[in-house]
Design a binder for this molecule. Structure first.
Ligand SMILES: [Zn+2]
Ligand SMILES: [Zn+2]
Length: 389
C-alpha cells in the first residue's frame, strides 16, 4: 500500500534539501567519535535554534547530548525524532550517522513548519558506537513524557525493521607477575598467556552457544616489552545474544572461561563492563508499516523484517523497552556492502545516499505528523507496545 504525502510537506522538504546536503557533508568531513561530537552537536543545535526550536544542550550530563522542542498550536502527545552523529575510530562515518542526523533534522524542521499539534522533540543522542548514550539519557529521565520515538539508519538494504541483539562490552584484565623473560622467566607469570588461554576457551565454547549469539574481541593491551614477562594484559570483548536474559547467562559462561584461563596460567583476572548493556530491540510495526506506506509513494520500498537479516546491537534497544520506537533502514549502497567499512563511509557522502535519505526523511516527517495529530495511530502503536512488553 502507498499513502500520499501531504503536498505542502513534500514542498517544505524539497526546499530543505540544501540543508540535508550541507549538514550531512559537514559532519562527514569532520568525523567525531563517541562523546566527542562537539562540532556536530553545535551545528545541529544551531540549525534547530534557527528553525524556532527551544534547545537544551548538555542534557543528562553529556556535553554533546541535547533536546530541542517545538510546541504545537494545540495540546497533544510528545513525539521524538532521534539523531545520532558519532563516527567510528579510524573509519570515520562508516556507519553513516551523518545521514541519520541530517535526515532527522530536516524531517523535524519540516514538521515544525507545518503548524502541528502536540510537542515535537528532537533528541540528540551521542555515543551510539559503544557508548550507550541513549541508555545514559534514558536513566536520567530524558525520555520521560515521550510518547513515541522515531529514527532511521542507513544500510545496504531498505527495511522496515530488523532485530538487534542484546550486548555487553566487557574488559577482561589479567594480572600476572613481571620478570626478566630470559634470565628468570620462572619467576614470572604471564598475563598475556592468560589472554591466549581465554580466547582458546571462548573458541572452544562457540560450538555450544545459540546460533544468534556472538562473542568477539581484541587484545587491547598485551604487555609492555618482549623481554619482560607481561604483568598486565587486557581483552576488550563484546558478548551478544537474542535477549538481555540470554545475554546474562552467556556472560556467566564467559566469566567462567576467564577464571579458568587465570587458573591455568597462575594469573588473576578481573572483569568490568565499559558501557551500559544494550537491550534487544522491539520494533513497533504499526509505526514501521505506516512509514513504509509513505516511502512507497516516493518509490522507496521498505522490505518487511526477515529473520535472515543479520543483527547488530544498538542502544535504541533500551529505549524500545520503555516506549514504542522505529528504526527502519534505508539503502545507500550496493547490497552486502559491509557496515563500518570504508566503502560504507564513502557511500555516506554520495548524492545517491542523500537522495535516499531525503525520501526516508520525508516519510519520517509524514509519520511524525500523523503521530502528533492522529490519536488512533498513536493508540494502535501503544496497544502493540503493551502487548509486546
Ligand atoms: Zn549506526
Ligand atoms: Zn554502527
Amino acid at each position: 500500500m502507498s499513502l500520499r504525502i501531504p503536498p505542502e510537506l513534500l514542498a517544505i522538504l524539497g526546499g530543505l534539501r540544501p540543508v540535508l546536503d550541507e549538514v550531512s557533508l559537514d559532519l562527514h568531513a569532520r568525523p567525531e567519535t563517541r562523546f566527542e561530537e562537539h562540532h556536530a552537536a553545535a551545528r545541529l543545535t544551531a540549525e534547530l535554534t534557527g528553525a524556532g526550536f527551544e534547545v537544551d544542550k548538555g542534557v543528562a550530563g553529556l556535553p554533546t547530548a541535547f533536546v530541542a522542542t517545538h510546541r504545537g498550536v494545540t495540546d497533544g502527545p510528545t513525539i521524538a525524532v532521534l539523531l545520532e552523529y558519532d563516527a567510528l575510530p579510524g573509519v570515520g562515518h562508516g556507519c553513516g550517522h551523518n545521514l541519520i542526523a541530517a535526515g532527522g533534522l530536516v524531517a523535524a524542521i519540516a514538521v515544525a513548519r507545518t503548524g502541528h499539534p502536540g510537542t515535537l522533540a528532537v533528541i540528540g543522542t551521542p555515543g551510539e558506537e559503544g557508548g550507550g548514550g541513549k541508555i545514559l539519557m534514558l536513566d536520567q529521565g530524558v525520555f520521560d513524557g515521550v510518547d513515541a520515538a522515531v529514527m532511521f539508519h542507513p544500510a545496504d538494504r531498505s527495511l522496515r525493521a530488523r532485530h538487534s541483539l542484546a550486548s555487553a562490552h566487557l574488559r577482561v584484565t589479567f594480572h600476572g607477575k613481571a620478570a626478566h623473560a630470559a634470565k628468570a622467566p620462572w619467576e614470572g607469570r604471564s598475563a598475556a598467556a592468560g589472554t591466549q588461554v581465554f580466547f582458546a576457551a571462548i573458541d572452544a565454547m562457540r560450538q555450544f552457544i545459540q546460533p544468534a549469539a556472538r562473542i568477539h574481541g581484541i587484545v587491547a593491551h598485551g604487555g609492555d616489552a618482549p623481554n619482560v614477562v607481561p604483568e598486565r594484559a587486557e581483552v576488550d570483548l563484546y558478548v551478544r545474544d537474542q535477549t538481555a536474559a540470554a545475554l546474562e547467562t552467556l556472560i556467566g559462561r564467559v566469566h567462567a572461561a576467564a577464571e579458568g584461563a587465570a587458573t591455568a596460567t597462575e594469573t588473576t583476572v578481573d572483569i568490568s563492563e565499559t558501557a551500559p548493556r544494550y537491550a534487544e530491540r522491539h520494533n513497533n510495526m504499526v509505526m514501521a508499516d505506516r512509514i513504509a506506506d509513505y516511502t512507497a509513494s516516493l518509490g522507496l520500498e521498505l522490505e518487511p523484517p526477515s529473520p535472515s537479516n543479520a543483527a547488530g546491537s544498538s542502544d535504541i534497544g533500551n529505549v524500545s523497552a520503555r516506549l514504542p520506537i522505529i528504526h527502519p533502514y534505508v539503502q545507500i549502497c550496493p547490497r552486502d556492502t559491509p557496515g563500518h567499512s570504508e566503502r560504507m563511509r564513502d557511500a555516506a557522502a554520495t548524492t545517491e545516499a542523500r537522495d535516499a535519505t531525503q525520501n526516508m526523511a520525508t516519510g519520517l516527517a509524514a509519520l511524525v505528523l500523523d503521530l502528533l495529530g492522529d490519536p488512533g495511530l498513536l493508540a494502535a502503536a501503544h496497544a502493540e507496545f503493551t502487548q509486546g512488553a
